[in-house]
Design a protein around this ligand. Structure first.
Ligand SMILES: Nc1ncnc2c1ncn2[C@@H]1O[C@H](COP(=O)(O)OP(=O)(O)OP(=O)(O)O)[C@@H](O)[C@H]1O
Length: 499
């Protein structure tokens, strides 16, 4: 057998015995007492690429109740298959042979090749949020994902979170070097907490002051997302689908890419690491939804959306931003240093200011694909292009604002309105303006501010409340995420019909 990474008909003779299911084929390796492995493949499928194989097992005949031993019948190869709409599925190929020695040789050879894939994880730290969406994350993990991890011989250390902030406190104490990756099973809120925890722990381990981190260090291991929440924007952006098995297979196959990350800070402290934020409409909607946690999740989100739209109000604020000085092409990871150099060239006098009344301000380091916006909330940025999209929606009528929102679901450009401005930026400072001469109650009515003067922020689907200026900085390719490049995904249709 050649170690070309491909099993083809010149390497091995496999006789297809019987098709079992769509995803399970049975072949018989022609009996070859010499152990000669250059046999002829007689099945319809000529080639099995080793890069698509994630597990090999010895197949045995066992009696009912027998746990160990048993007659070796052959080997089973488990392979990852591409289905339609960006979905992946697993498939089993059974190879039968009468010689036990022959089967063991094949098993060892294939195992050796699989062990040679350095980027595939062997040990994962897993967080499951049992309260996500309709409380199905635990089921999704144990029924759909854990069996695949076991098949791929991946060891797991699972924490089922018991309260908000649990994943963060476990990560702060976690010895990350014991794992090849961290996985979060839940919605955007959970993923946001785990991503923040992973990056914060990296800073703590590097001895950084966690209140002020101008140049954070990279996360030491990749992060994987298994979608099981009400909103799954990050999973959708990475896999092009909300499909737990697809996500698990990308993790098993070790498909990773470096992704840009933002830090969100006040003048005195770091609030969060994250990928995207909304201030104004997107944040008010989330704040209202959080107040109605007792409602079923999808209903809560639709209710909050409609109610916030009915009470549409602009936010008065000042935006300072540092435009990207030298627009960069989408470039591979090797350009990271070049990007950082570019970034440092931006001097303070290049800051630009706009102020006024804004319905929504989005600051996004990644395109943020979701079922309601298949091309993304920020289709004008990439996962790792070293910049953020700043999307400013100025005050306008509700009718015009709804037209703008509807465009997210269509193929038309959602930014092609006189009241929408977009910028490609490296840094943004958002300073809300409390109206002078008004008391806290009046300010709460006119602005989104709480009685304490705090403004809601929607950071990766997680609600944050801040009174002071929020400074958003981009850090190119700070974390590796399991998944594929958004540009390689098939585009899908919008599924939201609520406006
Ligand atoms: N056991 C728990 N009980 C309650 N909340 C938890 C628990 N574990 C984690 N959380 C918190 O639940 C929040 C929401 O989780 P997640 O995003 O996974 O679910 P979701 O259904 O998508 O929620 P959302 O409505 O926020 O989109 C996260 O901020 C997380 O910190």
């Amino acid at each position: 057998m050649r170690h070309s990474g491909v099993l083809n008909k010149d390497d091995v003779g496999l006789e297809k015995v019987q098709g079992v299911t769509k995803t399970s084929d049975v072949y018989r390796v022609k009996d070859d007492p010499q152990g000669d492995s250059s046999m002829v493949l007689q099945a319809q499928e000529d080639i099995i690429e080793m890069k698509d194989v994630f597990s090999v097992k010895l197949k045995r005949r066992r009696f009912v109740g027998q746990k160990k031993g048993g007659t070796v019948l052959g080997i089973t190869i488990f392979k990852c298959l591409n289905k339609e709409e960006n979905k992946l599925t697993d498939c089993a190929i059974h190879l039968n042979n009468l010689s036990e020695d022959h089967c063991h040789t094949w098993f060892r050879h294939l195992k050796e090749i699989l062990n040679g894939f350095q980027n595939r994880p062997k040990s994962l730290k897993v967080f499951v949020n049992p309260s996500s969406h309709k409380r199905e994350a635990t089921h999704v993990y144990y029924e759909q994902v854990a069996p695949l991890f076991k098949l791929a011989d991946i060891k797991t250390d699972v924490t089922v979170t018991e309260y908000e902030g649990h994943a963060l406190s476990v990560l702060k104490e976690c010895e990350l070097q014991a794992f090849d990756g961290v996985v979060c099973v839940g919605g955007d809120g959970s993923v946001s907490e785990v991503a923040h925890g992973l990056l914060l722990k990296a800073q703590i381990d590097a001895g950084k002051d966690t209140d002020y981190i101008p140049t954070p260090v990279r996360a030491p291991v990749p992060l994987g997302v298994i979608p099981a929440g009400t909103t799954n924007i990050l999973a959708h952006t990475l896999y092009g689908t909300k499909h737990a098995v697809t996500a698990a297979l990308h993790i098993i196959m070790g498909h990773t890419q470096a992704v840009d990350v933002c830090t969100f800070s006040t003048p005195s402290k770091l609030l969060r690491f994250g990928f995207s934020a909304m201030f104004g409409f997107g944040a008010r909607t989330l704040a209202l939804a959080e107040k109605h946690r007792w409602m079923p999740s999808s209903q809560r989100k639709d209710f909050a959306f409609i109610k916030t739209l009915a009470d549409l109000k602009p936010e008065e604020c000042e935006l300072l931003f540092l435009p990207l000085q030298f627009p960069q092409e989408d470039s591979p990871e090797s350009d990271r240093k070049k990007k950082e150099k570019t970034k440092n060239k931006g001097s303070k006098d290049q800051w630009q200011k706009i102020q006024g009344h804004f319905l929504n301000v989005s600051i996004m380091a990644i395109p943020c694909l979701c079922s309601t916006a298949p091309r993304g909330l920020a289709p004008n940025t990439r996962l790792n292009n070293g910049s953020m999209a700043l999307i400013v929606v100025k005050n306008t009528s509700r009718t015009e604002f709804v037209k703008h929102l509807k465009r997210y679901a269509s193929v038309k450009n959602q930014f092609n309105f006189p009241f929408v401005e977009t910028y490609t930026v490296q840094e943004v400072k958002v300073q809300p303006r409390l109206k002078s001469g008004l008391d806290a109650k009046e300010n709460t009515y006119l602005n989104a501010a709480s009685a304490e003067g705090n403004y809601p922020w929607n950071i990766d689907g997680d609600l944050m409340e801040e009174a002071s200026e929020v400074h958003v900085r981009l850090h190119p390719q700070l974390v590796n995420l399991y998944g594929v490049n958004t540009d390689d995904l098939e585009s899908s249709q919008a599924t939201c019909k609520c406006i």
